[in-house]
Design a protein around this ligand. Structure first.
Ligand code: GDP
Length: 300
């Protein structure tokens, strides 16, 4: 994955230095941990996350599991792999569906994070899994947002619910409520609500998203995070957690070549799982997130 290319290279260079050593001295372990720490910080992984991570790696690397291993260097790689899986959230967390349809999924995040694109990706993927998703245009801030969602919906081949002129315009809470009623009538089993984003976190945006959340009681609130925004990822995630709260994270733009390490911190910092990864502008550039596969890619 392009975003983590540099981090991958740095880690593999670190591990190369260990290869061929029989026993590892405490100095070997310390040197390795220091290099891992630098590589993670240079990739923009959050400082607190790096501290906790390297602390655990160091403790384990100095313990029996490495000193008694047939191949100590390989055991250290295994430990780093395990601990990466842990910071990425551990087990895979699947999307949760309502017992009584429709399942309501609400998307939140900054403007440009990739929400509207994700709405299309998610709808197309769910339709391919025999669901009957419907998209809802509750982003009424940007003049183009409704049209953009309609275009995305047409590409994905799914229904888009948008406010009628003069009816609900400017009132996203009402649009979202009407949409759910409509979905029940028309037997759509999943409703994906696209909400407004701003360029920066702002109080009114949070209030609006929180109002929609309260009105529609979603089964999932997905926070879409642009992996390319660097260290701001963590502050933005915390602001959305405080303002609306979310049940899961979607990492978008993982195909970019910016340092994406901050995105690796988000599950640890918020305690919310990463559910999907978005890897391009196309509707198929999207996959369920597997912490173990991501760790393997980073350590490849
Ligand atoms: P929104 O404002 O949150 O709804 O964001 P959009 O869905 O409109 O996306 C903003 C821009 O990012 C658009 O130009 C998208 O094509 C692009 N985009 C969205 N997701 C991805 C992704 O995973 N990778 C890349 N490279 N671009 C993306």
């Amino acid at each position: 994955m392009a975003t983590f290319g540099n981090l991958s290279d740095r880690l593999s260079a670190t591990f190369k230095n260990l290869r061929g050593k029989g026993k590892l001295s405490p100095a070997d372990v310390d040197g390795t941990v220091r290099e891992i720490r630098r590589a993670l910080l240079d990739a923009d992984v959050n400082l607190e996350v790096v501290k906790a991570f390297t602390g655990r790696v160091r403790d384990r690397a100095l313990g029996d599991e490495v000193s008694k291993a047939l191949n100590p260097a390989q055991q250290v790689v295994q430990i780093v792999n395990d601990e990466l899986i842990t910071i990425l959230g551990g087990q895979q967390r699947r999307l949760q569906f309502a017992k009584n349809p429709p399942t309501v999924i609400m998307l939140v995040g900054l403007q440009g994070a990739g929400k509207t694109t994700l709405a299309g990706k998610l709808a197309k993927w769910l339709a391919s899994e025999n669901h009957t998703p419907m998209l809802v245009a509750a982003d009424l801030q940007r003049p183009n947002a409704v049209t953009q969602l309609q275009v995305v919906g047409a590409h994905a081949g799914v229904t888009v619910f948008a406010p009628e002129p003069g009816n609900g315009v400017g009132n996203p809470v009402r649009v979202a409520k009407d949409a759910i009623k409509y979905a029940k009538d028309k037997q759509h089993d999943i409703v994906i609500v696209d909400t407004a984003g701003r360029l920066g976190v702002d109080a009114e945006l949070m209030r609006q998203a929180a109002d929609i959340r309260k009105a529609v009681d979603p089964d999932e609130v997905l926070f879409v995070l642009d992996a390319m925004i660097g260290q701001d990822a963590v502050t933005t995630a915390k602001a959305f957690q405080d303002g609306v709260d979310f049940t899961g994270v979607v990492l978008s733009k993982l195909d970019g070549d910016a340092r994406g390490g901050a995105a690796l911190s988000v599950a640890s910092v918020t305690g919310r799982p990463i559910i999907f990864a978005s890897t391009g502008e196309g509707l198929d550039d999207f996959e369920p997130f597997h912490p173990d596969r991501m760790a393997s890619r980073i350590l490849d």
